[in-house]
Design a protein around this ligand. Structure first.
Ligand SMILES: [Zn+2]
Length: 266
């Protein structure tokens, strides 16, 4: 395998017309991917989809605020997490982006997130975390660091995972590295310069590549539906920003995905 998309949603309806084509092309061009659930329906769809392909795996969870009315069905997620192709728990986390959200919503998110952390520990799988701070702050990351830090004390290396779509600064990146988490970046790196400093700061071993497809297409095809092939643009952008050899960056990031998700023979 050449590239690994650590976070995509190719089970979504946006791929209903050409899903098989995209997936077969991924296989031919040696792109692997983690298909991430955001609620029970999309989690089931992800788990079902990845059964058919050796280059795809699934993550099971409830997004912090995509479907706030959906309760977290712990037993059902636990059953799904038992599938050998399920290699992560999420996407889960804390999202403070909507300033109009009341305090109870923050508490609900925190409660549901903690259930995911416990599910990950119980099933010995890494977390796939979505966290978005309120504009102009790093609040959601600080809460996350506090929660993960308290579990780290008891569980050590068993607590692990990835911070998807990382938008934090050096301070937050340092804290997540200390917690043993990786951070993944999207094709935002191809059109915004806001993350160059943090991309240069991080040890290469702490970086994963992702697309969040169908969202965030790279600069070369902005505004269109994104797909997992953009993960190559992400890897190239990381190499360019860091001033490192593209091949070295590609192979290290691939090995990171293999390590974090416990995949073998990528
Ligand atoms: Zn996502």
């Amino acid at each position: 395998m050449k590239y690994f998309d650590a976070h995509c949603h190719i089970q979504f309806d946006r791929f209903s017309e050409d899903r098989t084509e995209v997936i077969e092309k991924m296989q031919k061009e040696e792109f692997g991917g983690l298909v991430v659930g955001v609620d029970m329906a999309s989690t089931r769809a992800a788990v079902e989809l990845v059964q058919q392909y050796p280059h795809l795996w699934a993550s099971v969870g409830l997004h912090p605020n995509d479907t706030p009315e959906e309760p977290f069905d712990r037993e059902a997620f636990l059953r799904l997490a038992g599938d050998p192709k399920v290699v992560a728990i999420g996407e889960c986390g804390l999202d403070n982006y909507r300033p109009e959200d009341p305090e109870q919503e923050k508490e609900r998110q925190r409660r549901v997130f903690i259930q995911h952390v416990e599910l990950a520990l119980e099933t010995d799988k890494p977390l796939m975390i979505h966290s978005r701070p309120k504009k102009g702050t790093m609040d959601a990351y600080h809460d996350l660091i506090e929660i993960l830090g308290s579990y780290k004390k008891d569980y050590g290396e068993k607590l692990r995972g990835d911070i998807h779509f990382f938008v934090g600064g050096i301070e937050e990146a340092k804290a997540f590295v200390e917690l043993g988490f990786t951070m993944s970046f999207t094709a935002v790196l191809t059109f915004a310069r806001d993350y160059d400093e943090v991309v240069r700061y991080l040890p290469l071993e702490s970086i994963l590549s992702e697309t969040d497809a169908p969202y965030v297409a790279p600069a070369s095809r902005r505004g269109t539906r994104n797909d997992p092939f953009a993960v190559r643009d992400v890897v190239e952008a990381i190499a360019e920003i860091r001033g490192e050899d593209t091949e070295k960056v590609r192979s290290t990031i691939l090995a990171n995905a293999e390590r974090v998700f416990g995949l073998s023979g990528l």
